[in-house]
Design a protein around this ligand. Structure first.
Ligand code: ADP
Length: 503
């Protein structure tokens, strides 16, 4: 091993006193700011930082993809290397360990150019299955190699789902075999399914795990996530409602029966947002910064700046609806497409920011052409524009078909923008429906996946906005004051770690 030992900087003593210490290895395929394609990247960034403040010693283990920006590639330092056999390939593979420490969290990057040299983390299953078999095994081997044996191995999504299986088979009688394991489902749709011979070849797992109770699925397939769920000591997902939904055929993605069987170890813990990164008072992307005390006046200025930036009619009295999303079948975009003409009544504008399936990109481009000045389609990935839409819009749409947690509604509320959401998964757990009689609630909701019900929710929002502005403004302030930070959720993860390691 090279260099000085990487000891995490201790968190301020005051916050830690009396809290039991636990060590946790996070293992997953993406983490902001190194590589992010969705909510998983946000969680892998923010949750370890929140856990450090709760007296956890956290290492995040990631692939060293070639697409990690140069500014970070230049900062990571070499920690060591070894060779590891892999599956039935008959070969020994190079495993390099590169390290970076920030805010008390240690990041260990697993280096191997054969597997991680592509421009994107995910390519196709043909490439990704061998890549993540290698990564899962290399992550556990690296812990043994470094002599850093965590109390908990916390794995994320299918890419790290073989870790709990390895832990109880090939690694059971090695030092890391004493760790307990947690597998978190961020999105059940993606599972890592391929034929048994291929997964057996790359993983080198014993035949005993390729049975219907673990990896085997159907007649000839192996499902990496299914195996991880069977072997993990605990399973979590990112909201309580999604934890229930995935046990039903409608949301279970063919694993509902398996999840019902393992329901005693399944629990939902809702995500938070990093309130240092998402802070309208200091956000450098905004035209004007604002806080709870001056949101009402400064939101208008941000709205006007947004309208100008996007070529919309500049008029602060218009009701501006934002939508920031991957443009895929999951996100309820068919409902949005069906009602655009009815929503654009002359007093309303819509702003879409997203990339994804061509059918949705084209449909939104058409709307921009057809409703010039009232509809803006930004078909791009742009972090800073996303921040300006959260600040400048009055409402944010999240009409998802399913939504494990969802972060955009949390960002929106934190910026005083009212969410209009379908009551599913984490949307249901984080947005309390507005009640016209009591004035309680955080946003506007609808239940069935139906365009008419979405239109009705938007119209209820408009009625409050145009006819009852005093009440609307009260909700804006309530949403900004709502605690959407990680603190509470990180505490629940810490409790889970303690529950698994009672000594
Ligand atoms: P998912 O993980 O399913 O994509 P989430 O709501 O959990 O959805 O997380 C989406 C995250 O990605 C949010 O932080 C959102 O602001 C961001 N995001 C999505 N699309 C874009 C885009 N086109 N430009 C900038 N940020 C985006």
């Amino acid at each position: 091993m090279d260099g000085t030992p990487a000891v995490p900087e201790p968190a301020p003593a005051g916050e830690m006193s009396g809290l039991p210490r636990r060590s946790v290895a996070f293992i997953g395929s993406e983490c902001y700011p190194f590589v992010k394609t969705g909510g998983l990247g946000d969680v892998m960034y923010a949750l370890p930082r929140a856990l450090v403040r709760l007296n956890c010693d956290v290492r995040v283990i990631l692939p060293r993809y070639a697409c990690i920006p140069k500014e970070y590639q230049d900062k990571i330092i070499y920690r060591g290397e070894f060779y590891m056999d892999l599956g039935r390939t008959g070969r020994n593979y190079y495993v390099g360990i590169m390290e970076y420490i920030q805010d008390g969290v240690v990041y260990d990057f697993i280096d191997n150019q054969e597997f991680f040299s592509a421009g994107n983390p995910y390519i196709s299953l043909v490439d990704d299955i061998p890549k993540y078999c290698f990564f899962s095994k290399a992550a556990l081997s690296a812990l043994n190699f470094m002599g850093w044996i965590p109390d908990i191995v916390h794995c994320h999504d299918w890419q790290a789902a073989l870790v709990p299986v390895y832990l109880r088979t090939l690694f059971q009688n090695t030092p890391v075999g004493r760790a307990r394991s947690i597998l978190t489902i961020h999105n059940l749709r993606f599972q890592g399914i391929y034929n048994i011979p291929t997964i057996r070849y790359w993983s080198g797992l014993p035949d005993s795990v390729f049975n219907m109770g673990a990896l085997k699925q159907g007649y000839e397939d192996a499902n990496m996530l299914k195996g991880g769920l069977a072997y993990a000591d605990r399973i979590t997902t990112v909201s309580g409602t999604y934890a229930q939904e995935i046990q039903t055929p409608e949301y279970g993605e063919h694993l509902d029966k398996h999840l019902r069987y393992h329901s005693s170890k399944l629990r939902g813990i809702v995500n938070g947002i990093d309130t240092a990164m998402w802070n309208p008072e200091t956000d450098p992307a905004l035209a004007v910064n604002y806080g709870l005390s001056n949101v009402l006046e400064h939101k208008m200025e941000n709205k006007l700046a947004l309208q100008k930036e996007l070529g919309l009619e500049e008029d602060e009295s218009k009701f501006v609806i934002g939508l920031i999303s991957r443009l895929t079948n999951q996100k309820g975009l068919d409902l949005v497409n069906a009602i655009v003409p009815q929503v654009l009544d002359g007093n309303t504008q819509i702003v879409v920011l997203g990339t994804g399936d061509k059918q949705y990109e084209d449909a939104f481009r058409y709307d921009e052409y057809a409703f010039h000045g009232s509809f803006s389609a930004c078909i791009q990935y742009d972090e800073s524009r996303a921040h300006r839409i959260y600040a400048g819009a009055d409402a944010l749409l999240v009409p998802s078909r399913f939504e494990p947690c969802g972060l955009t509604q949390l960002n929106a509320m934190h910026y005083g923008t009212l969410p209009i959401v379908r009551e599913t998964g984490g949307l249901k757990d984080t947005v309390e429906p507005y009640n016209t009689f009591t004035g309680d609630g955080n946003g506007f909701t609808f239940d069935r996946y139906d365009a008419g019900l979405l239109l009705d929710a938007i119209n209820r929002a408009k009625t409050e906005y145009f006819m009852n502005r005093y009440h609307w403004d009260e909700v804006v302030q309530r949403d900004m004051a709502k605690d959407v930070s990680w603190e509470n959720s990180a505490r629940q993860y810490k409790d889970l770690y303690l529950e698994l390691t009672q000594w």
